[in-house]
Design a protein around this ligand. Structure first.
Ligand code: G3D
Ligand code: MG
Length: 194
């Protein structure tokens, strides 16, 4: 059986971590060295086909991938609209900027304040810039564990793990929305008030 699921994925992370580049790489399979200013919000579409052999199930995830301009002032204004209805977060940090690891938690919190807990995956980006790394991938471990999410080193430049990061997030979203696997977590049911 194949199920079609519509989903909204939001990318978060400080300015210049590579959000726009990761989306472009994933959706168009290309990388543009020219700096890309993201004006307001941009939604890219991608159909992600996933297989869950244990469930005897195929999922066609129709994903709207939301990108936002990183400027904090504008973000405050757009946040509500940007995050409302999100089913998953791809949180991006930049290995050449330790600051971006420090703000990771607050990014995820600002989404979850609006959406409640949603599947989250961390892309530890710019892994290709080895000589400029200012923290090691292992340093992400503690934060990720605290947040209860997985992570992968990625590069929008070489394409390393870009597809894999989106697919891992897509799997969690599918599992949650269809109610199986690791992503199946739901808040405890409220007791009915008589
Ligand atoms: P943002 O959307 O999060 O603000 P961008 O970030 O996608 O605009 O990327 C910011 C800068 O980082 C851009 O460089 C972009 O080319 C570069 N970049 C993004 N991802 C990677 C990566 O994985 N590896 C390398 N080497 N560079 C990356 P410029 O120089 O145009 O500002
Ligand atoms: Mg951008």
């Amino acid at each position: 059986m194949v199920k079609r699921v519509k989903t909204k994925i939001c990318l978060v992370g400080d300015q210049a971590v590579g959000k726009t580049s990761l989306i472009r790489r994933y959706v168009l399979e290309e990388f543009d060295d020219h700096y890309m200013m993201t004006l307001g919000t941009k939604v890219s579409k991608k159909i992600i086909a996933l297989d869950f052999p244990d469930e005897d199930l195929g999922v066609q995830l129709e994903a709207g991938i939301w990108d936002i301009m990183g400027q904090p002032g504008l973000l405050d204004l757009l946040k509500e609209a940007y995050f409302t209805g999100a089913h998953g977060i791809l949180a991006v940090v930049d290995m050449t900027s330790p600051q971006t690891l420090l703000t990771l938690k607050s990014w995820i919190r600002s989404v979850e304040r609006i959406t409640g807990p949603v599947p989250t995956f961390v892309a530890v980006n710019k892994v290709d810039l080895k000589e400029r790394h200012l923290f090691a991938i292992e340093e992400v471990e503690a934060v990720a564990r605290e947040l209860g999410c997985d992570y992968l080193p990625t590069s929008a430049r070489t394409g390393e793990n870009v597809e894999e990061a989106f697919r891992r997030l897509a799997s969690l979203i599918s599992e949650r929305s269809l109610g199986f696997g690791r992503g199946a977590w739901e808040p405890p049911p409220r007791t009915a008030v008589p």
